[in-house]
Design a protein around this ligand. Structure first.
Ligand code: SF4
Length: 335
């Protein structure tokens, strides 16, 4: 099927949570654990070592899910807690930052007329988008703080250029007119659960068929793991279906790291299944939020976890739980 993009999908628009993200950045599609109250914790005060209650920000239970945060909970409930409830800081990584940079370049390239969307033009966008990323997210400067000669930065930038160049072997941007780029989407299910996320690209064919495209700067998973990779895409398809009452014709993952394209054509039963799965996941998250029971689930992915120092599996102690906890049916928050 050829998708020539000439129309836009009105209505699949930014929700009240905010539309456009600054170029070069990807807004947090995560549910926000907004500080709404204070809780009491003990802390050492003064030289005497007296324990004095001090207010610490408390968070309310999150009311929305993004594909990333749903994936966190499925990977490890404690990781979800650290990211969403405790909001522990995470260090920027070279790989994730390069992903953000490459996404920004691919998005901006579509500002140019179709005939000018060439590999040299795309590669030429890399330095400017890197500068822009440093302005909007100054913490990424840390990545190369120990590289005064700029050699590692130069290698990192040329790897970003290689990924951008590889895209042209997988898609031809001169023949595409995306209906949307970096599209924030949000919808609320009947249960009250809000689903939100950012779709890299939405294409709409003249026939009205919708294609959802996501760029990955890593390598394609082995076939036995492709279902996990498609979960995010089905999540987006569910949101678009709920918003537009149209089942996207195709979901497309473009893996720039390995030069692969993974596609899937969903049907209503797929999206209903994903919705049931998300509701079950949400119930599990609500239960964990109420009881404070966030189980660590160690896997080989722990090697990439920023929070080992707080994880019991690695001898760490989680920070005090900032939410009221219900124990065995007794709500301890009520007098
Ligand atoms: S180190 Fe592993 S088990 Fe511990 S929080 Fe991180 S992902 Fe979970």
């Amino acid at each position: 099927m050829v998708f020539r993009m000439e129309t836009s999908i009105e209505g699949v628009a930014a929700g009240p949570g905010g539309p456009a993200t600054p170029a070069g950045t990807r807004a947090p599609a995560e549910p926000t654990a907004t500080a709404v109250a204070t809780a009491t914790a003990t802390a050492t005060a003064g030289d005497e070592g007296a324990e004095t209650p001090v207010p610490v920000p408390a968070a309310k239970a999150p009311s929305s899910l993004s594909p990333s945060r749903a994936g966190d909970f499925m990977q490890c409930p404690l990781l979800y807690r650290f990211r969403v409830i405790d909001r522990l800081p995470q260090k920027p990584s070279e790989a994730a930052t390069r992903g953000t940079l490459v996404h920004a370049v691919l998005e901006r390239l579509f500002d140019a007329p179709a005939a000018e969307r060439t590999p040299p033009r795309a590669k030429a966008l890399v330095p400017g988008q890197w500068d822009r990323l440093r302005e909007t997210r100054p913490e990424v400067e840390e990545l190369f703080a120990d590289d005064p000669e700029g050699e590692r930065l130069a290698r990192w930038l040329s790897e970003a250029e290689r990924l951008v160049e590889r895209w042209f072997t997988l898609e031809d941007p001169s023949r595409l007119e995306p209906a949307e780029r970096e599209l924030f989407v949000e919808t609320e299910l009947e249960s009250g659960l809000r689903l939100r996320g950012i779709i890299d690209r939405v294409d709409v064919a003249p026939t009205g068929e919708v294609r959802i495209v996501d760029y990955k700067t890593g390598k394609a998973p082995r076939p036995e793991y492709s279902e996990g990779a498609l979960f995010q895409m089905k999540f987006y398809a569910l949101v678009v279906w709920r918003l537009k009452k149209v089942v996207p014709r195709r979901l497309q993952l473009v893996y720039l790291g390995s030069g692969d394209v993974l596609t899937y054509d969903p049907v209503v039963a797929d999206l209903e299944r994903v919705e049931r799965k998300l509701l079950a996941l949400w119930e599990a998250i609500r239960l964990a939020t109420e009881t404070g029971q966030w189980r660590p689930r160690p896997t080989k992915l722990c090697g990439w976890c920023d929070h080992q120092a707080h994880c019991p599996e690695f001898g760490g102690t989680p920070p005090p739980y900032p939410l009221p906890v219900t124990v065995a049916g007794l709500d301890t928050t009520r007098p």
